[in-house]
Ligand binder design. Structure first.
Ligand code: DQQ
Length: 630
């Protein structure tokens, strides 16, 4: 009866999420201290099952209040006001206003009949909620409006999306590609959208693929005399990006395979991809899967193919990956007939077949877009992982029901290409600093730190507002000679009276020359949730999520270790070396009315000093936007 998201698309067991028509809270949610006991009912009012109760590591069922559950909500990240949310969709900037849409089930906190929720901003960080933009109201999208992307063509936003239908009849979502256009181009808020009569614009996939796995059209890019759009599918038992061309965004021609799992990771191994070299990715032939939310984007001198790997066998949900090629490669004129696709991974003569993790943490279904200044931006979905959650928590628990929502979007990250390490770098935009309140909690200058975390950056002064931006750097000074391991970072104590915590770590090795210069030779970034408070699902992922951070050849000076942790109640975005390493994570504490603490620590056979600042953060929600007339 489980509607495990991801699998649910191909698995009739996904019926639960569809069949669930009501969630009844037996205790009143209006009473802040009420304890809850929600039940799932089908459309006839029969009790289907009780939602799982969160339990601690020993299996003891947790007692919590609605107030404690609701205080988990991230407040400077985009979340739905109520209901389930997942993938970011259709991002664009139009007439000065940034728009983000996202997958949303408005009437229940589990995955259901998807719509596009809509928020808008003038600065990419303060958001106003707008009415639902797209909802199931056509025969081809009656079971849901799935993910899609925006393209500005002749100044008009075209939202290409996947319409899904016939779920009840078929037991899976029948998927076609459709388009929506603004009803009123002079409305900068783009509140109303229309679906033209010639939808669906791509009613069927090519031979070998099926309407059961055919979704998530990309933003179009112009190459070789036509606009090109990629759509994800499963072909030859492998995740695949199909390429289509159009001249007018009305009629589309299938070009062939743009990229495939077959061409990217021929051995089916995850070596160097962040999971560890021994782990099998199970990508070819062992458990067919598709590529969800594919993307094809140009970033300076490189082109990136990104996909969300719909993996069934891993202990955690899935991940977003990318590979690069030269931006000048004409993917449209290379071999589009072969199963591996025309995209040839490799930059500057080096073939890179191993995928890179977009983020080592709990992020999925991310998407790139360009703003009016032509910056390449990125945003992803970060799902709930509290105790009792299975996969991306698509069927929920009584904890997520009490939360009243599920899922959040990361902050917008700026994407650049770093030629020194031949990778993409993802880092929160400059605008993220606008969320820093006047209250600078702590300012540090070369403070010595040790393993105990002697340097306290400041217990939280306000209650109920556990929102910080900690931007710090560490300086290592070693004893000459040996290669020495180090671990530096920040410890977030989620409730000062608790012995539970989450740490944000930079781990690696460094050497010190006879002249006294310390050089970092290997580095990794990790979030350790294994000692997090009981409502946290500490085994989700590994509980210790992270991976290597590529350094320039020869390493980096020991004075140059940088860590930024954006802490938003239950959501953490952690960046190493200005975005060369990234881990997004979730942890939940019932100590919501207690002060929390943040400490710097350093472990190294020498000295470690920390510098930097910690700011309290403001919430992102506004009632109105100041829109300048264009
Ligand atoms: N979520 C959407 C799909 C997409 C999946 C449905 C990825 O379009 O493939 O909500 O999370």
């Amino acid at each position: 009866m489980k509607a495990s998201w991801g699998r649910g698309l191909e698995d009739p067991r996904g019926c639960l999420a569809r069949a669930v028509t009501s969630i009844i809270l037996l205790a009143s949610l209006q009473c802040g201290q009420a304890h809850i006991k929600p039940l799932l009912h089908d459309h006839q009012g029969r009790v289907l099952s009780e939602l799982p109760s969160p339990s601690d590591q020993t299996g003891k069922v947790l007692d919590f209040t609605v107030h404690q559950a609701q205080a988990q909500r991230p407040l400077f990240h985009i979340t739905p006001d109520f209901g389930w949310s997942n993938d970011p969709n259709g991002m664009l900037q139009y007439n000065g206003v940034h728009h983000v849409f996202f997958q949303h089930t408005p009437n229940e906190t589990v995955f259901g009949r998807q719509t596009w929720a809509h928020v808008a901003s003038t600065d990419l960080v303060h958001w106003k909620r707008l009415p639902t933009a797209l909802y199931p109201d056509r025969s081809y999208d009656t079971s849901g409006v799935f993910s899609g992307s925006a393209t500005l063509y002749n100044g008009i936003p075209y939202q290409l999306y996947t319409g899904v239908s016939q779920f009840q009849e078929l037991g899976y979502y029948f998927q076609v590609q459709a388009v929506a256009l603004p009803a009123n181009l002079s409305d900068p808020m783009l509140v109303d959208w229309v679906k033209p009569a010639d939808n669906p614009i791509i009613p069927a996939p090519p031979d070998g693929a099926t309407n059961q796995q055919f979704r998530d059209p990309t933003t179009a890019f112009y190459q070789d005399g036509a606009w090109r759009v990629a759509v994800g599918t499963q072909l030859n038992c492998s995740g695949t990006a199909l390429l289509y061309s159009t001249q007018d965004f009305q009629s589309y021609t299938y070009n062939g395979v743009l990229a495939s799992q077959i061409g990217i990771e021929p051995n089916g191994l995850c070596a160097d991809s962040g999971l560890g070299s021994t782990e099998k990715c199970n990508q070819i032939g062992e458990g067919c899967r598709m590529w969800e939310c594919v993307d094809a984007v140009h970033v300076g001198p490189v082109m990136a193919i990104k996909w969300s790997d719909q993996v069934n066998g891993r202990s955690f949900f899935s991940r977003d990956w990318y590979v690069l090629s030269s931006a000048t490669a004409q993917v449209t004129s290379l071999d589009l007939d072969g199963p591996e696709g025309s995209f040839q991974p490799g930059v500057d003569g080096t073939a890179f077949y191993s995928p890179q993790a977009v983020d080592y943490g709990l992020v999925y279904a991310s998407k790139f877009w360009r703003d009016a200044a032509q910056r390449q931006l990125w945003m992803g979905w970060t799902f709930e992982t509290s105790a009792g959650c299975d996969q991306a928590c698509s069927t929920g628990t009584n904890f997520t029901t009490a939360q009243g929502y599920q899922g959040a979007q990361t902050l917008a990250r700026l994407v650049t290409y770093d030629p020194e390490i031949q990778e993409l770098v993802f880092y929160p935009t400059e605008e993220s600093k606008l969320l820093r309140s006047q209250q600078q909690v702590s300012r540090l200058n070369s403070l010595p730190v040790n393993e105990e975390g002697a340097s306290v950056l400041g217990p939280n002064v306000s209650r109920n507002q556990h929102m910080y931006d900690a931007d710090v750097s560490f300086a290592l000074q070693g004893d000459s000679g040996a290669v020495q391991p180090f671990s530096v970072g920040l410890v977030l104590v989620m409730g000062v009276n608790s012995d539970t915590d989450v740490t944000f770590q930079l781990n690696g090795t460094a050497t010190t020359s006879s002249s006294g210069m310390t050089n970092v030779t290997s580095l990794g970034v990790y979030v350790d949730r294994r000692n997090a408070p009981p409502p946290t699902n500490t085994t989700y992922g590994s509980g210790f999520d992270g991976g290597p951070v590529t350094l320039p050849e020869g390493g980096t000076p020991g004075t140059n270790l940088r860590l930024r942790a954006l802490i938003d109640n239950s959501l953490f975005e952690v960046f190493a070396q200005d975005g060369r390493g990234r881990v997004t994570s979730r942890a939940y504490s019932l100590a919501v009315d207690e002060a929390w603490d943040l400490k710097a620590y350093g472990s190294f056979a020498g000295s470690v000093k920390v510098s930097g600042s910690v700011w309290a953060m403001d919430a992102c929600w506004v009632d109105d936007l100041m829109i300048e007339s264009q």
